[in-house]
Design a protein around this ligand. Structure first.
Ligand SMILES: Cc1ncc(COP(=O)(O)O)c(C=O)c1O
Length: 379
């Protein structure tokens, strides 16, 4: 491997959310929040040094080259032809999720999403006076997918927005063309706008799976979709805050802009320069990263799936394992694992009672130690 993902970088006492927020005992291995313990690729670091050396940190505009690079990339990697003016650059996807919930429909209207799900999806509707509507993910053919029957049943006349996470956090599902087409058909029939959060699209672990941007399916899909993207997960620059909403439909774009204006600060130059370098200069790093994550995933799956009642389905994408711990019969399992020296996230946060989420974007050695401790905790 050209890049050293085995290197262990100490993140303690760096004001890291993942490593410092919880005040865990010294030596705890931290595997909650979705960022990686790897150093970002050198071209990004070099670009950031350039901005820092310049030494002037005033307000910035989005550079045209960033828009070009994203446009070119979406077509090259995912076959989606887009226009530059569809891009709305924003300093984070979580606020974009809230802005979308605010933009679509009236106060009291419904926002539909599957559960368990990345928590801002089920929290955001409430922040902006909308009604959360949910339906369950189900296990089918050794993967998590939508219960389409339940989805259709959950729709009411006031459902105006569907929040889609693809690839899915926390189950790692990469939705197939058929599944996405079915979703579009249902939403179109019911006049529902789709917000497709595709932040994890560059992290496909299963080589038989391909990410399909929902909006690329058809003109109709394009017209009814707000797509959210960012280089942050893939290139480990989440703390810099650089994301983009791609909104082909001018009316939806106008609504999104109206919902966010006055709330979102302009993007810092550091974040945009890092994003540009990530998308333009770091493709070989990304490919090796995915290989490394896949090996970590396979190891984790082999070690933990079936161990003392733990159950995990193989992930198609992301570095966030979704582990069913209900079979262990241990009610406070997260606490028990924490006592053994590993910090995970309790699935309750995602409306997934009985589950644990484990972030395996770390050096293999750290993962091995983490797994050893989890096994000890279950003995
Ligand atoms: C599906 C999904 N969307 C958005 C985010 C966060 O995006 P941002 O850091 O740009 O707010 C995450 C982070 O885990 C995520 O998993």
């Amino acid at each position: 491997m050209k890049y050293n993902f085995d290197e262990i970088i100490n993140r303690k006492n760096t004001d890291s959310f993942k490593w410092d927020f919880y005040n865990d005992p010294e030596g705890t291995i931290s595997m909650p929040v979705a960022d990686m313990d790897f150093r970002s690729p050198e071209p990004i670091l070099e670009a950031l040094r350039g901005v820092t050396e310049h030494g002037v940190f005033g307000y910035s505009v989005v550079p045209d080259e960033l828009k070009n690079v994203l446009q070119e990339r979406l077509e090259r990697l995912y076959g989606w032809k887009t226009e530059k003016e569809w891009q709305v650059w924003i300093p984070g996807l979580v606020p974009a999720i809230t802005a979308t919930c605010r933009a679509i429909g009236e106060v009291g209207d419904g926002v539909l999403t599957s559960i368990p799900v990345y928590h801002p999806f089920h929290l955001a509707p409430n922040y902006v006076g909308k009604k959360l509507q949910t339906f369950p993910m189900i296990e089918q053919n050794n993967r998590w997918t939508f219960d389409f029957e339940a989805l259709e049943k959950a729709i009411t006349p006031d459902t105006k927005l569907f929040m889609l996470c693809n690839p899915y956090n926390p189950s790692g599902t990469v939705f197939t063309k058929e599944e996405l087409e079915k979703l579009v058909t249902i939403c179109q029939k019911n006049n529902i706008v789709i917000c497709a959060d595709e932040i994890h699209c560059d992290l496909i672990l299963d080589i038989d799976k391909k990410h399909i941007p929902l909006a690329s399916l058809s003109q109709e899909a394009e017209n009814m979709t707000i797509t959210l993207l960012a280089p942050s997960k893939t290139f480990n620059i989440a703390g810099l805050g650089c994301s983009v909403a791609v909104i082909p439909n001018p009316e939806l774009r106008q609504k999104f802009n109206a919902a966010k204006d006055g709330f979102f600060p302009p993007l810092p130059r550091h974040s945009m320069v890092a994003a540009l370098s990530a998308y333009r200069d770091c493709e070989d790093w990304r490919l090796q990263l995915v290989e490394y994550l896949k090996a970590n995933h396979d190891y984790l799956y082999q070690e933990l799936n079936g161990y003392k009642g733990l159950k995990m389905l193989p992930l198609e994408a992301t570095y966030l394992a979704w582990i069913d711990a209900s079979g262990t019969g241990i009610p406070d399992i997260q606490e028990r694992i924490l006592k053994a020296g590993v910090r995970l996230i309790d699935g309750k946060l995602f409306m997934g009672e009985g589950f644990l989420r484990l972030n395996f974007a770390c050096s293999k050695i750290v993962l091995e130690e983490g797994i050893k401790r989890i096994k000890e905790a279950l003995k």
